[in-house]
Design a protein. Structure first.
Length: 259
């Protein structure tokens, strides 16, 4: 921030970051084991100095969390916060060589990716991102990573408890799906009625004006779209209407084939 963007306020140089436990690590098989995975991942985030933390619920690989599993995810954070003593120490691992060397490795790999994006945009990170999306490079990286993970799992090179090792059960309930959240169809009907009620009582002129500004500002790459979007929200434009206003300029995403 200081060197590349000439940021002058020391507060803007600080690294503040949020950590979310890995949804990709959750398994549909033996979902209760996801509690253990999430607890370890959350602890790793706290040990790394995260200022903000989200813990996945154990059943998110199957459905939206139930009230019970969401509460267990919250309790995971609370146990770390109030029972481990970890948050009261600035650096609980004390600059351990293993952690520092792995951090250096991740940093080097991340810098290589950022350089590639920067070069693709001829020195503009934003243009590099556009180029990566349009060429399918980002999608290709994700696909390659998913393929490599699947290959390692199939070959037994990477162990996932309950999936490719330790799959045996302890009783008749083994393999039975947990109670999942079921959304009543009446919820959709209620929400449709709420939206219709909002539309009846809002100022249609204010909405049209605000959405027009969203579309107009979107035509200029250097304009900040947040002010017109917030203006549209305050006028009670719906999310779908705001997206449509942006789509008039940007179009809608269609899948780019990976070559």
């Amino acid at each position: 921030m200081r060197e590349r963007y000439q940021a002058r306020d020391p507060r803007s140089w600080l690294c503040r970051f949020h950590v979310q436990t890995s949804g990709a690590s959750l398994t549909a098989e033996q979902p209760e084991v996801n509690l253990v995975r999430t607890a370890i991942e959350a602890l790793a985030g706290v040990l790394g100095g995260a200022q903000s933390l989200h813990t996945n619920a154990m059943d998110e690989v199957l459905a939206l969390p139930t009230e019970r599993t969401a509460r267990l995810a919250l309790r995971t954070q609370q146990v770390i916060a109030y029972e481990t003593g970890v948050p009261v120490v600035a650096d609980p691992l004390g600059g351990a060589y293993l952690v520092e060397s792995m951090t250096d490795e991740i940093e080097a790999e991340a810098e290589a990716v950022l350089r590639r994006i920067d070069e693709a945009g001829n020195g503009s990170m934003l243009e590099g991102v556009y180029a990566g999306v349009e060429s399918g490079w980002f999608q290709g990286q994700i696909a390659d990573s998913a393929y490599e993970l699947a290959r390692r799992l199939d070959a037994g090179e990477r162990v996932v408890v309950g999936v490719n090792r330790f799959t045996g059960g302890d009783g008749a309930d083994e393999g039975a799906p947990p109670d999942l959240l079921r959304i009543d169809a009446a919820v959709e009907d209620r929400q449709r009625k709420r939206v219709a009620e909002v539309r009846r009582h809002r100022s249609q002129q204010a909405v049209a004006t605000a959405l027009g500004r969203v579309t107009a500002d979107a035509r200029y790459p250097d304009r900040n779209l947040m002010p017109p979007i917030l203006e549209a929200v305050r006028a009670y434009a719906t999310e779908g209407e705001i997206v449509a206003a942006l789509a008039d300029v940007f179009g809608r995403w269609t899948e780019v084939p990976v070559i």
